[in-house]
Design a binder for this molecule. Structure first.
Ligand code: G3P
Length: 217
C-alpha cells in the first residue's frame, strides 16, 4: 500500500520524506490555509520534495473554470495530481483532464455510488473520507470495502486513496481491505512506528549490551 502524507506543511513533509517511506502528498484548501504559504510556491516546493503524486485542489465549482485551474496547476510539475470535488462539474473536469494525460484525484467522496462514477470518469485516485463518516457514527471503512469490491468487479484502474484518516487502525484496516493508498496526517504516520514493547525491548537489549563492555565500531 502506498503511503501519502496529508499536509501542506513543508517541515512535516521533509521530516517524513527522510524515512524513505513516503510515496506522495495530498493537500486541500484547508491544509494550504493551515500551512500559511503561497499556494503555487508551496505546491512547487512539495513537488520537489517527493517523486510521487502531489495533489493540488481546484477551488472553482463550474467545469469551465475548474478545468482552467487544473490545467494551470498541472504546469507546476510533472507529478501534480489535480484534485476535483465529487460533483457533476468535478467529474466532467476529471474526464477532460484525464484525456490530456493529467493525474486526477477525485475528493470528498462519501458513497460507493460516487466512487463508481469517479471510476467511470477515469479518475486516477478516489478519496473516500473515512474519518468524517466515523465522526457521525457511520462506518467509514465499510465504504472502503464496498469500493474495493466494486472496483475489482470491473477491473477499474482508479486507485482507492483512503483519506480523512484519524488513527493507525484506519491505516491497518485500509491495508487489510486492499486499498491502494492511505493519505496520513504526519502525527498519525509517526504513531505507526510506535509500540511500548519495542521501546522496552530495545532498552533491555542496550542495557545488556552495555554490560558486555564491548563495541561494534
Ligand atoms: O485529504 C482529505 C483530508 O485532509 C480530510 O481530512 O481530517 O479534514 O476529515 P479531515
Amino acid at each position: 500500500m502506498k503511503f501519502f502524507i496529508d499536509t501542506a506543511d513543508l517541515d512535516e513533509i521533509r521530516e517524513l520524506s527522510a524515512t524513505g517511506l513516503l510515496d506522495g502528498v495530498t493537500t486541500n484548501p484547508s491544509l494550504i490555509r493551515k500551512a500559511g504559504g503561497e499556494f503555487f510556491e508551496t505546491i512547487a516546493e512539495i513537488a520537489k520534495l517527493v517523486d510521487g503524486p502531489v495533489s493540488a485542489e481546484t477551488v472553482a465549482t463550474d467545469h469551465e473554470t475548474m478545468l482552467k485551474e487544473g490545467l494551470k496547476l498541472a504546469k507546476i510539475a510533472d507529478n501534480i495530481a489535480i484534485k476535483v470535488p465529487l460533483t457533476v462539474d468535478g467529474l466532467k473536469t476529471c474526464k477532460a483532464l484525464r484525456a490530456q494525460g493529467i493525474m486526477v484525484n477525485v475528493t470528498l467522496c462519501f458513497s460507493a455510488s460516487q466512487a463508481l462514477l469517479a471510476a467511470k470518469a477515469g479518475a486516477s485516485f478516489i478519496s473516500p473520507f473515512v474519518g468524517r463518516h466515523d465522526d457521525i457514527s457511520q462506518d467509514g471503512m465499510a465504504l472502503i470495502e464496498d469500493i474495493r469490491t466494486i472496483y475489482d468487479n470491473y477491473d477499474f484502474e482508479t486507485e482507492i486513496l483512503v483519506a480523512s484518516i484519524r488513527h493507525p487502525l484506519h491505516v491497518v484496516e485500509a491495508a487489510r481491505i486492499g486499498a491502494d493508498v492511505a493519505t496520513i496526517p504526519a502525527a498519525v504516520m509517526k504513531k505507526l512506528f510506535q509500540h511500548p514493547l519495542t521501546d522496552r525491548g530495545l532498552e533491555a537489549f542496550l542495557k545488556d549490551w552495555k554490560e558486555t563492555g564491548q563495541s561494534i565500531l
